[in-house]
Design a protein around this ligand. Sequence first.
Ligand SMILES: [Cu+2]
Length: 180
Amino acid sequence: MKATRFRTPRRILVAATALLTLSALAACGSDESADADAPRTQADAVTVSEPWIKAADKGMTGGFAQLANKGDEDVTVVSASSAAAQSVELHEMAKDPDTGAMVMQEREDGLPIAGGSTAELAPGGDHLMFIGLTGPLAAGQEVEVTLTFADDSELTFSAPARSFSGAEEEYDPHAGGHDG
Ligand SMILES: [Cu+2]
């Protein structure tokens, strides 16, 4: 019985440490009732479907996908990258106050996706802008794209390049220019 008395404090200490560890993990989620299936990072909460990139020889092109946030918490895509381009920006379409024309611009606060909702990246709307293609992007070619979320978590997916010639916004402001 004496031995038990000596051990008891240690057991309590171990239990307390375990509790602290659990609390630290739970802090990643929104509340203490988060169950074990709850996503632990913003990237874990998001599922990518129907990804594709507009095939292009050079310059800039657009990337599209459905980004479904399966979690309860809002997430935000803050940046994107790909080996296929020197940079990848998050773009939106907005009305030019001077001309009334729809023009694309960078989303300065990233791309938010509310809990339980899906962000649709599509021609004419929000899209990933691949700037400075590192090589020709032929139809059928697979391109890896990485999205980074507000909590620094990352989600990488593969998107096929497709020919696309819809009457959509012009992606290259220098189209028809100087490179013949
Ligand atoms: Cu764009």
